[in-house]
Design a protein around this ligand. Sequence first.
Ligand SMILES: [Ca+2]
Ligand SMILES: [Ca+2]
Ligand SMILES: [Ca+2]
Length: 619
Amino acid sequence: MKALALTLARSLALALALLPLGSCLDFDGYQQPPRLTTEVEDCRDEVIYQVLVDRFANGDSGNDYRIELGAPARYHGGDWRGLEDQLPYLQELGVTTLWISPVIKNVETDADVDGYHGYWAQDFTELNPHFGDLVALRRLVDACHQRDMKVIIDIVTNHVGQVFYYDINLNGHPDEQLQGNGKDSPVTYINEYAPGFDPRGIQAFTSLGEAGPAPIIFASDPATNHMPPNPAVFRNPEVYNRRGRTLDFEIQEQLLRGDFPGGLKDVDTTRCDVKRAYVDVYARIIEQTNADGFRIDTIKHVEHEFWRYFTQRVRQRLAAGGKRNFFMFGEAFDGRDDLVGSFTQQLPPAEAELECASDGAALSGDQLDSAFYFPQYFQAIRDVFAQAQSTDRIQALWDQRPTTWGTTAPTGGIGIAPADIPVNFLDNHDVPRFLYNVQQFDLATQRRLLHNALLFVYTAPGIPCLYYGTEQEFRGGNDPANREDLWVSGYDTQNPTFQWIARLAEIRRNYASLRRGEVRVTWATPRTGAEEDAGIFAFERNGGTNKNGYSLVVINSNREHDSHTGFEGARMPVIAPAGTVLEDLLSGERWTVDDAGTVDVSVAPMSAVILVPEGDVID
Ligand SMILES: [Ca+2]
Ligand SMILES: [Ca+2]
Ligand SMILES: [Ca+2]
């Protein structure tokens, strides 16, 4: 009896969860779409926290179907309700914005991996029932807004999940096998889900040889949700590039038009109907939830012309509905700063793409508001903070941002130039965690290295972005090991790293110069050995408050010895006037700017000071 009741409850929950986005949900006051509101004042004030919803908190056992705890690539049961329940934990950590993993319905499972991460879109008009229903998502957004927190939703436009195969041998079935006997016919490996890239488009063949473009056939397996995509425009074979799997990302055509490894089908994002469909499906999610931004996946595999259209139309549509300062940042997993920054540049549209823009305002050169700062991840977090390489590479990287990233705020956007607001991080779901990369050291050293890197992320220009679990000192390696269940930590707010992050967030909140101030590097060094300034990286941030806010951050990334801001008699000039007494917000220690306008700050290995004029210190 109990089992039956449970089954019924589960079916009901499932039925509700599966209601399409547009359905009328006549309970909890959620029968009407929300009123769109502007929640963000200045994006630079935010602290982002990245959540893989499936792994954060399980607040509703009613949606726990097909979960397999302990199997790292299966669903684990986390959901939006669980996230809502844990908002006090995140608020105590100092988080102001949640970036949640994709919300739309996915291919359920594929090649022994589940779509728990959310990057395998199948239906853009429905929510992923593993995470809850529209009411649960709206409740989460509302609960965040009540706490002055915001929600950024992760989206993908480059590809959909494995929703079709190429019927290369024209037999009407998906084949993955060796063909031919090696005598009268050659032995060929056929993988109709993910054939290798062919610039002509994937070709069919028969015993007589090639037989023209291979037809694509949409899968139809409800059990694994390998189903034809929604909305209808995505069931037109013409909207896919159909060239097969990318073999070489250095070849531009493959980078842009190849299927993403894993059988993820590449969409022709130059088509007007595709551009419009993406604006519509994703703007609609905001209109139905009142969420506050998009984090956009795999942007380097999509043409710049798409980003111009998409970002401009989304801004216009949401602003017309009442939501401004809608933040859109993209992910290009790449260390090349010019490439990453190119998606934030103002690049005028080409003649050919203006056709798509006949549906509204003239198209300008605006693109994304910001990008995930992968170049800094490599050159600062990895090279300097994990590997103690020279700090002059950080200065070199920062110095070029005004040329590699956009310096004009997009019209109708967040009002800040992209070059002034990179998204800074040290961990995410696609790279091994920071602690994994420094595991050769003893635990105390690992923690000092992590804390120093976190201090950098929280004081560098831009927005800090924390990956869930960093605060609990998770140390997983490559995907999926870096996607641990947060609940195993017990949401421990006494963890020393949790407390360190909360402290950094409080300092950032209290001192506007650390959020909004202009940045100038005051010391960087090529030296990494026994030299007196080895490992020092210092920068001042000026302005950002009604009064003249000022802060000076001095970091020592060297693992061996104290270093100071001087070399062979040279001292570090700062803009703080002579005689200014600077106080470290962490230790209370003080230094005075001398008559020459320089200051000599000494810092212990793997640590830092955050200095402000003593009169500015908030107790
Ligand atoms: Ca659940
Ligand atoms: Ca076949
Ligand atoms: Ca593409």
